[in-house]
Design a binder for this molecule. Structure first.
Ligand SMILES: Cc1cc2nc3c(=O)[nH]c(=O)nc-3n(C[C@H](O)[C@H](O)[C@H](O)COP(=O)(O)O)c2cc1C
Length: 384
């Protein structure tokens, strides 16, 4: 077991994940698309932001509480959906949900999870959101939406930035996929990472089989029926505004749209009744020329700020980044890789440590910029 207390920031969690995971899994998390320009731009845009701090003020008793859909969360962040999380750690989705609940923040589960949503709702609870990839088979998609609504999902997060499979060359080279494809190269890779092999894969085998897609209908996970149904449960390149309207009408809870970058799209989604938007370029994983999310955020805020909840992701690595996002007008941020590296290194305890570090960084930075509450973080703090 990795000494979690000996890891002091997200970058160290990334390095520890690299040691524990087989190369093909580490690359699946860490990689982006093509020449990895977008992922670098995301970080560059965040790193460029300068704060003009205020002082002296009494900054004792700092409060990280933030209002989200009429209820308070304990800091302005949530855990973003990451498909395949359960490959990193045995049933990692349960650990992600437990750590989020203990930290007083929501967890958004991905469609492509190794634990079904209903089980997380039953065994963990908390503020659970569900990320939806609309499948070509619409009737099966709507059935899934009804299922997660019945299980108590607070929000449905419809991802709209992935109409086709992105060009991720490392995945193609590594033969990455769920169910796992056991090639000679990745079998060797697995045996070179015994902590993952015994601590994760073996646990699945002992529990009855290889990790599967547990939100998918059972036919998807049976070797005999899978070939016929798999193409109907892939990505859909026909998701349009009318589809968002249908999902809005179908889902009784909060509806968010993830992958919005353009102010006009933001306006259109709010007009359709979206309760929130995620300004996201999927962590730079889809379009390599995508604008950095922190550069796109001000346009979206100018268009719909105050009319809807705005979440930003792609490149958040420090609590300080949350201050930057709030100063630019976002309501909250979400983390994909940061918390997934936490799960990869230590399951629930790893995610908890990552969230603790980010909370500590945030409260330290709040004192240093001269604010006591999240609402006091405004555009006034931005230098120039
Ligand atoms: C391994 C991995 C899997 C992901 N899977 C999904 C997914 O299934 N659905 C989705 O909407 N976003 C997915 N994302 C994107 C995240 O939700 C989020 O937008 C992104 O990770 C944010 O960037 P960050 O990793 O720099 O925090 C995934 C990201 C990673 C790293």
């Amino acid at each position: 077991m990795t000494d979690l207390a000996g890891l002091y920031n997200v970058a160290e969690f990334r390095r520890a994940a690299k040691r524990r995971l087989p190369k093909w899994l580490f690359e699946y998390i860490d990689g982006a698309t093509e020449d990895e320009i977008a992922v670098r731009n995301n970080r560059a845009a965040i790193e460029r932001i300068r704060i003009l701090p205020r002082a002296p003020f009494d900054v004792s008793n700092r409060d990280l509480g933030t209002s989200l859909f009429g209820r308070t969360i304990d800091m302005p962040m949530l855990i973003a959906p990451t498909g395949g999380a359960g490959l990193m750690w045995f049933e990692a989705e349960l650990g992600l949900a437990r750590a989020a609940k203990a930290a007083g923040i929501p967890y958004c589960m991905a469609t492509g999870s190794q634990v079904p949503f209903e089980r997380v709702a039953r065994e963990v609870g908390g503020r659970l959101w569900f990320q939806l990839y609309v499948w070509p088979a619409r009737e099966i998609t709507y059935e899934l939406v009804r299922r997660v609504a019945a299980a108590g999902a607070e929000a449905l997060v419809v991802t709209v930035d992935t109409p086709v499979s992105p060009n991720r060359e490392y995945n193609a080279r590594n033969g990455f996929g769920v169910p796992l494809r056991l090639t000679a190269a990745n079998l060797t890779d697995m045996t070179l990472h015994p902590r993952w092999l015994l601590g994760t894969l073996l646990k699945y085998v002992l529990a009855g089989g290889l990790p599967e897609m547990r939100n998918h209908p059972p036919e998807y996970n049976r070797r005999r029926t899978r070939p016929a149904i798999a193409p109907r449960l892939g990505l859909s390149d026909t998701v349009d505004r009318a589809e968002i309207q249908r999902l809005r009408d179908l889902f009784p809870g909060k509806l968010l749209v993830k992958g919005i970058m353009h102010p006009q799209d933001a306006l259109d989604m709010v007009a359709l009744g979206a309760d929130g938007l995620v300004v996201s370029n999927h962590g730079g994983r889809n379009l390599d020329a995508a604008m950095a999310t922190f550069d796109a955020l001000p346009g979206v805020v100018a268009a719909v700020g105050g009319k809807t909840t705005i979440i930003v992701d792609s490149g958040i690595r420090r609590g300080l980044d949350i201050i930057k996002a709030r100063a630019l007008g976002a309501d909250l941020v979400q983390t994909g890789r940061a918390t997934l590296w936490g799960a990869s290194v230590g399951g629930e305890a790893g995610v908890t440590r990552v969230l603790d570090l980010m909370r500590h960084e945030l409260t330290t930075a709040m004192a240093n910029v001269g604010v006591r509450t999240i609402d006091e973080i405004t555009a006034d703090l931005l230098a120039g």
